[in-house]
Design a protein around this ligand. Sequence first.
Ligand SMILES: [Zn+2]
Length: 287
Amino acid sequence: MDSLFPLDLHFGGIDRAIGVYVLDCPEGPMLFDCGPETTLPRLEEALRECDLELADIRHLLLSHIHFDHAGAAGALVRRHPELTVWVSEIGAPHLVDPSRLERSARRLYGESFDVLWGGLTPLPEANLRIAAGDVVGWDAFPTPGHASHHVSYLREGTLLAGDACGVRIEPARTIVPVSPPPDIDVELWHETIAEIERRAPERLALIHFGVETNVPDHLARLHEELDTWAARVHDGMTQDEFRAAGLADAGDDAEVYDRVAPYWQSWLGLQRYWQKRDASRAADPAA
Ligand SMILES: [Zn+2]
């Protein structure tokens, strides 16, 4: 197994917020997630620190299309047209035409959209492949919950987890089930965690941030935190109360967690989840 360590993109000037991975595949170097357009210069610098140029990368494997993971994908292909990009079937159309994604994100982020994410460059369909089954030697499988279109990749005990295993800024102990809108699904996320437990990886490559090796403990606590967060919102905590409770849980690490996985966003995501669920229950009590 090749060495496994995150390339710190120093997103927003913060250390250990977003870290992507460069690994070997049979055709040459590959990337797991690429960060947003705003950190593209830093990504190229980090690759050079590994004696690589952008043009050396053969494949980009994406976990999901949230900007902190995939925002730079289109811009990367524009600079390096030979790059093959793997993403789930649901995510693919939004990379080809990111206009709807950008519109809804601008509503959520307001003026900070440009500062955080820069932009979204459309990705030519010819460069895209659907991530399912064998992906350059990795086993790609759906890991919905954090997002409906999330996939993870497993090979030789290493799970390229993305956000399916939550956020944990290694070596901090706090794990947060980051739940941004629009399609967080608590039940599906529990099923995903159970599927990962069944596959029993030895290490989790987290984008936020680092490699976790005590996998059973991490996954058990992620189940618990997910239930705690979902209940807090369902029981009527306001956004401020939810954030205060999260900050208290995170202790000394509170500030970095609030910047990397903002509590206000997770409150909004869970709020929307419960509204949709309660509405569908009302329409069909057997659901
Ligand atoms: Zn995400």
